[in-house]
Design a protein around this ligand. Sequence first.
Ligand code: G
Ligand code: G
Ligand code: MN
Length: 455
Amino acid sequence: MVAQCRHIDIHKKIADDCAFVQHIVNHQNTHDPQTGLPNLDLLLDRTEACLQQGSACHLLFIIANGVEEIGEYHGFEAALYVLKTISHRLNMGSSKERVAARIHGNLFATLGLSPKAEVFVAELYKTLARPIGWKSEIFQLTIHIGVVKHLDNHQSAQWLIQSGYAAAKESQRNNRRGGFCFFSQKSRESMEKEYQLGAGLQGAIADDSFSLAMQPLVDAKTGALSGAEVLIRWDSAVFGRVSPAEFIPIAERSGAIAEITDWVLKRTIAETRSWLDADCGMHVAVNISAVDLHRTEFVLRVEEVLRRYNIRPNNIVFEITESAISQDPVYAVQQLIALKKMGIKLALDDFGTGYSSLGQLNNLPIDVLKIDKAFISDFSKDHTAKSIVYAIVSLARALNIKTVAEGVETVEQLQFLRDAGVDTLQGYALSSPLKSRDFISLAQSGNPLPWSHLF
Ligand code: G
Ligand code: G
Ligand code: MN
């Protein structure tokens, strides 16, 4: 009798242990080990169950930008702390009505078991966007949330999650500083377009579908050619000609920009080598993206290219937009100083469109200021536009900075800008961007320049 009982006890113990082990294994299979949150599999299961019951629900997809950089600069311990903090904040809103999950890396989601999402998403955004303190550091992430509601019986859990992702990406495109966005068919189409262009960009260097256009820069006093701005062109076999205004932001988000900028710089040096070597004062200006400027290895990479091509960079200009600097001015200025030490000249592009104050100009190590096209208007009617140009020119002179007016389209504008004392002119009135081959033959021909009658 006793033996039998013991026998039963042992069986029960084994069964309990098995259940316990099974529970742990199940938990491990359905949860993220770093944050303890449910993982994608569990989220999909819960979402599927919810859809099968026909319950109303919504899904919030969260992208927390900045975690990777925190890992790079402050180490993995800091990044893990940040991930745990996000998980904790997400979980604070979790209840029977809500499941928070970590999908992968810096991607999270919550499933809400009600059709209403408007109030919750606004609160969640505020909670997640709060700064995170770690040791003596304070981290500010950029949070994007995509909201998608379950609308009919045909949607699957996969569809809901992908649509939430599409809406979060839409928020990334619309709000640089973070925010949230409700799913629409347009979000999905833009994401698909971005995905296709992004995939196309990956092969663009290898299949030789990038080229350079060069737009002449003209000395405002003499009308002589003084250099060129290099503008990338992409002729894709699949999409045809795609404007850099469309593909550069995609490359910035995917990280492909690093390779593109590298390519533009090398190709520019190869094509303009004869002037750069002759040091004849012809400038060649290359656009540098905000993402390049904030990459830690950017300065080293530029240095390596200059060394490899054995080039003195006195006549190379990097054009950097005002908004690229205002993202993180302290770091940006450090990078700019390092570039300037190498001998590269710096131009502040699209001046007047960003947030930087005129007072800040004095602290920037720049040589050239490019007055944005937006200020080049019909000067005969627009007296405010005239005053703005006069003010910019006199400020630049006081700071010993040269000025370039871009977007000069008419002879009247050209004359006004020249009289106002702008140093260099660029725009359709003089020349559109040319194929680099055509530009170089123009520069070398010795023939009168096509615009010489205007001077
Ligand atoms: O010439 P165009 O309309 O195509 O240029 C559109 C935009 O793309 C402009 O804002 C210009 O500064 C940007 N752009 C053109 N070429 C380059 C490039 O090589 N690198 C970067 N980062 N931006 C570029
Ligand atoms: O942002 P950035 O200043 O680098 O952009 C240069 C852009 O200006 C390119 O897209 C170039 O093709 C365009 N561009 C050049 N000249 C003119 C012009 O006279 N008028 C207008 N509207 N755009 C111009
Ligand atoms: Mn430019």
